[in-house]
Design a protein around this ligand. Structure first.
Ligand code: ARG
Length: 567
């Protein structure tokens, strides 16, 4: 639509005295096709021209020389209504999509701009729980969308690899664990987690354990070699497991610098903040009072000298700005941390770090399973690994039933099962809580990932079955309302991608893909393709189908979902 809006702004510029930008801002996309594809409202001209809007619209239409991209330009009440010439649009859109292929919808909008995205960031003393899935999935999609729009993107996994919990794991390991069992364990992360759970059970009986853990963490902060070696070993084991999960999900990071990385930089950061005169000592602790901003004080260093999550976030932000000189830094973290980020950004701001204005918390709601739909393991935690396994096995059952002859069932079950989880998340407005229901997200006929993937695979199969013909496509004959509305949908894809970063909403793309798949299935129902006798029309329709598959594939890709050609 951008292209058409631009043409309209060029025509109306001279006729209205408005700037092109003002015109672009005014142009509307009517919901009702009877009002055309684009409409220009004349209300804002009424005052200066001292005429009724309907009259202004009428006069404008008389003066406009209809450009070839539009089939008609009329005036309906106070609007100038533009109807796109669909034959031309049909041909241009289909050719453009097929020519650009995987690049269709991309742009250089973000050229020269760097966006840092902090996402996933699980805590590794614990197993990868379902809570971090949303951050992973939303962050990964935002990463891909920004790349597609030409931004230079840096994806950072701010691993939670520091804090008292590591004191706890080390204490527990020394007391009840042993190296051999750990090394021979099939699931070492679970082994460590069990120790962590045991620590809490024992600490209920013997509170002295908590002090021991705190001291152990202090030793870690001070660089105690033996303890650091254990920490390093636990981190390596956890990271290996994490990477295995990221591989299944198809997620990539440019940096795994976790909280520990900033340990050595903290004294310098604290000194900077102290020198700026924004800190104070309160009951032995170093804090920044944020009363003036209606925020609780931020705690930077405890009485015992230990630093905190917030301290490391401040340190990390400064480090990242120096390293990447980002234009934007996004933190994809649950809404429950809103206050934390407000405090961190405000502290950076009053310390004079102007880049804080370009830091943004991208919050999201909670993720819950429909009651009884997922059993929990110890500690009431749902493990992402179990969820993924279940998604894949449920998908495999469906595939065995629907398409028992499919070649690579395991690979496709993985693509579709994982796709169902991702889509089931991204389809929702991110700020809303998501209630996860297996029957819903795996419904091949519902508003789901499998439905979109299935529509894509169906087109691929259609294309495989059709004989390649060297005939000219007859685009003019593709003039049913189904073909019209499908091609208009496809032509909107580049705009949809751009809109999705307005407010950082992958859901915009997910919802669009559902409507593309629906439009296609309607078109396919009413307009025969391989049964069509005229080879030129058949060719045109095949090309429209091919373009649809391409758009679906590109859209799924931006959500981090694969598009199998058969399923
Ligand atoms: N590890 C943290 C948690 O699970 C999330 C970290 C988010 N990123 C950040 N820079 N604070 O709560």
């Amino acid at each position: 639509m951008d292209k058409y809006k631009k043409i309209i702004s060029e025509i109306l510029e001279g006729l209205t005295g408005l700037s092109r930008q003002e015109i672009l801002d005014l142009i509307e996309q009517p919901d009702n096709p009877e009002y055309g594809d684009l409409a220009f409202p004349t209300f804002s001209l009424a005052k200066t021209l001292r005429k009724a809007p309907a009259i202004i619209a009428q006069e404008l239409v008389e003066k406009i020389q209809k450009p070839s991209d539009f089939s008609k330009v009329v005036n309906l009440g106070p609007y100038v209504n533009f109807f796109i010439d669909t034959t031309k649009l049909m041909e241009e859109t289909i050719k453009e999509i097929i020519e650009q292929g995987d690049e269709f919808g991309s742009s250089n909008l973000g050229e020269g701009k760097t966006v840092v995205i902090d996402f996933s960031s699980p805590n590794i003393a614990k197993p990868f729980g379902i809570g971090h899935l949303r951050s992973t999935v939303i962050g990964n999609s935002l990463y891909k969308i920004h790349k597609f729009l030409g931004f230079n993107v840096v994806g950072i996994n701010h691993i939670g690899d520091w804090g008292t919990q590591f004191g706890k794991v080390i204490v527990a390991f020394d007391k009840w664990g042993d190296l051999e069992t750990l090394n021979n364990s099939e699931d070492p992360v679970k082994y460590l987690y069990d120790l962590y759970v045991k620590f809490h059970e024992e600490a209920e009986k013997d509170p002295a354990l908590e002090d021991l853990a705190r001291d152990t963490f202090k030793d870690l902060e001070n660089g105690d070699e033996e303890k650091m070696a254990k920490w390093q070993m636990f981190r390596d084991i956890s990271l290996k497991e994490l990477k295995r999960i990221y591989d299944i999900l198809g997620v990539h990071f440019d940096s795994y610098k976790g909280e520990q990385f900033y340990n050595d930089l903290i004294p310098e950061t604290l000194e900077t903040l102290i020198n700026k005169g924004i800190t104070e000592i309160s009951e032995g602790a170093l804090i920044v009072n944020l009363d003036k901003f209606d925020l609780p004080p931020i705690l930077l260093r405890k009485k015992d000298g230990a630093t905190l999550y917030a301290t490391r976030d401040i340190c990390a932000a400064i480090y990242r700005y120096n390293k990447y000189k980002f234009d934007k830094m996004l933190y994809v973290v649950g809404a429950e941390q809103s206050l934390h980020f407000k405090q961190v950004f405000k502290t950076l701001a009053i310390a004079g770090f102007d880049f804080s204005e370009n830091c943004e918390h991208i919050p999201f709601g909670l993720f819950r399973f429909q009651e009884g739909k997922m059993s929990t393991r110890k500690g009431n935690l749902i493990f992402l690994d179990d969820v993924i396994k279940k998604a894949i096995s449920l998908t495999k059952e469906i595939i065995l039933e629907k398409n028992p002859n499919l070649q690579n069932k395991d690979e496709v079950s993985k693509q579709v099962g994982v796709g169902a989880i991702i889509f089931g998340d991204l389809y929702n407005d991110r700020i809303k809580n998501v209630i996860f229901d297996w029957d819903k997200i795996l419904d091949f006929n519902g508003e789901t990932g499998p439905y979109v993937q299935y529509s894509h695979a169906r087109i691929c199969s259609l294309l495989r079955k059709s004989v390649a013909e060297e005939v000219k496509p007859d685009f003019a004959a593709l003039n049913s309302e189904y073909e019209d509305s499908l091609v208009k949908k496809l032509s909107q894809f580049p705009d949809v991608v751009k809109n999705s970063i307005q407010g950082y909403k992958p859901s915009v793309i997910a919802r669009y893909l559902i409507s593309v798949a629906k439009e296609f299935n309607r078109y396919y129902h009413y307009c025969p393709i391989n049964k069509e006798e005229n080879p030129n029309i058949r060719q045109g329709r095949l090309m429209l189908a091919k373009a649809t598959a391409q758009v679906i594939k590109n859209g799924l890709n931006l959500l981090g979902i694969e598009a199998p050609e058969e399923m």
